[in-house]
Design a binder for this molecule. Structure first.
Ligand code: CDP
Length: 220
């Protein structure tokens, strides 16, 4: 039995991969997996339950038991809409800390595979192409300069009414990039066979079109 095709889109924080990946999924009528949201959910749930961010075994158990659902672009944890609550910088940093534990990554792997349904899946994250879907038909590494990414994240947060300083964002971003790239398990890297898309000077539409063109030539 052939499995539905996967387009894997990996990249550093605020590279625009979430926006591009969900638009590509819409265009193709594919399912969409925001794998970072799963790490953010473990971060939020562990904070609420008072679990120490250094307690890898307990975080792994928690990740196994998460009751989550995705409905019409909203994300629910134990029946509560946490779509906004998981997007803060503090939760992002906590997610990046607990994402270094194999216990947590293993616990979330099955859940990520369960998103692979017909007619296809677009999955975004750090290790979609290298670990979770190594047989992806198209592997994209989406990136932009640190400055461009910090400015994008700044605009996103300000538009949501969250007050932040650009300098603080730049620092958080560099800290998260360094940790995500240097960790022992499933580090952020350009997977073998991945095509690099540098988006600093591209509009969202241009980035989406490029990915769709690359997919069409792979699928042909
Ligand atoms: O939105 P942003 O790119 O800042 O982050 P995210 O994709 O929501 O992911 C939050 C954190 O989860 C990242 O900093 C990574 O440490 C971790 N993550 C991961 O380890 N593996 C993935 N496949 C996705 C996210």
């Amino acid at each position: 039995m052939t499995l539905p095709p996967v387009i894997a889109i990996d990249g550093p924080t605020a590279s625009g991969k979430g926006t591009v990946a969900s638009l590509v999924a819409d265009k193709l009528g594919f399912h969409y997996l925001d794998s970072g949201a799963l790490y953010r959910l473990v971060a939020l749930a562990s904070e609420t339950q008072g679990i120490n961010v250094k307690n890898a075994p307990e975080l792994g158990v928690l990740a196994e038991k998460l009751t989550i659902s995705f409905e019409k672009g909203r994300i629910f944890l134990d029946g509560e809409d946490v779509s906004e609550a998981i997007r803060t910088e503090a939760i992002g940093l906590r997610a990046s800390a607990l994402a270094t534990y194999p216990e947590v990554r293993r616990a979330l792997a099955g859940l990520q595979h369960s998103f692979r349904n017909a007619p296809g899946l677009v999955a975004d994250g750090r290790d979609m192409a290298s670990v979770i879907f190594p047989d992806a038909i198209l592997k994209v590494f989406l990136t932009a300069t640190t400055q461009a990414r910090a400015e994008r994240r700044y605009k996103q947060l300000i538009a949501k009414g969250i007050s932040v300083k650009l300098a603080d964002l730049l620092q958080d971003l560099q800290e998260r990039d360094a940790r995500d790239s240097s960790r022992g398990v499933a580090p952020l890297l350009i997977a073998e066979g991945a095509q690099v898309l540098e988006t600093s000077d591209l509009s969202i539409d241009q980035a989406v079109k490029t990915v769709l063109d690359w997919y069409q030539s792979k699928a042909a």
